[in-house]
Design a protein around this ligand. Sequence first.
Ligand SMILES: [Zn+2]
Length: 244
Amino acid sequence: MLRTIDAVPRPAVGDEDEGTPVSVKIRERLLAARKRFNANDNIAEFIEPGELEGLLDEVEGKMKDVLESLVIDLDNDHNTGNTARRVAKMYVNEVFKGRYVAPPSLTEFPNAEHLNELMIVGPITVRSACSHHFCPIIGRVWIGVMPNEHSNLIGLSKYVRLSEWIMSRPQIQEEAVTQLADLLQDKVDPDGLAIVMEADHFCMHWRGVKDMDAKMINSVMRGSFLKDSSLRREFLALVDNKRG
Ligand SMILES: [Zn+2]
């Protein structure tokens, strides 16, 4: 259940902050550390063990208030009785999980064979939500890597895990691909990195212009993909071919 702030002054010792909502405690830690906590930021290191469960309870309470304000009869409508809980779980444990959990652990292998050929991973199906409307974004990502002898190689499934971790936050497609590029640059350290993302934005299908065909495509090119136009063309041609 949602707990409210205790108005009675108390000494600041031990567990005396019992009544403070979990989100307030987490926010205080973020502010003290001067860390950004935008919708697409990961805040896992500021959440203590057990607090995620409390956060879920808190979101459930607030979600219930939203449903009440939408004048939905939660007491008698058998369809929505448990909706607040379901939505809270969906946000915290599923679709926005990438904000609250630590990055997936990776095994990085040295590039023993000194591979220096273009490698493309994709299409990786990605599921996200737009920060503006919290509507789904469902799409595909292609990742091009140009390794050098000092690069780390990671397993194919790890590209999927890392993408999932970045995408399962309220996102803006342009920022999502940049975040993914930064993460891969850091983990793999290649000579060049290219990412193309193509996605359906349900805030355009379900509401607004209601255009069913509109897709958004964007790309990030780094290192050798920026400098070498034939490498960039080769990557884009291969992706285009697979996009069909
Ligand atoms: Zn939107």
